[in-house]
Design a protein around this ligand. Structure first.
Ligand SMILES: [Zn+2]
Length: 92
């Protein structure tokens, strides 16, 4: 499935590990083309953005839905996860 990623293997590993669910809100993600992203589309997320300069080591990368990825801003990933999960169960 061409979704513009150069890391299909890493995505496959993460997808398996996370059961196809978002690392923040636990929604089941779909695979989308970059031009057709939806709130539940799968994206690669850097958990600790301070580490971005240091490279893309595996432990720092997870799959997140597009909605969570774009809504995170500067929040710490753990804090954000807590927020997203609370919201998920109330509104989804
Ligand atoms: Zn999510």
């Amino acid at each position: 499935m061409g979704n513009g990623s150069h890391r299909p293997e890493l995505r496959a590993i993460l997808r398996e590990k996370q059961g196809g669910r978002c690392c923040y809100c636990d929604v089941r993600m779909r695979i989308s083309f970059k031009s057709k992203m939806r709130p539940d589309s799968e994206t690669l997320e850097h958990l600790d953005r301070r580490a971005d300069r240091g490279g893309n080591e595996r432990g720092n990368i997870a799959l997140a839905c597009y909605r969570c990825n774009t809504g995170r801003g500067d929040a710490d990933w753990l804090t954000y996860k807590t927020i997203r999960r609370g919201e998920h169960y109330e509104r989804w």
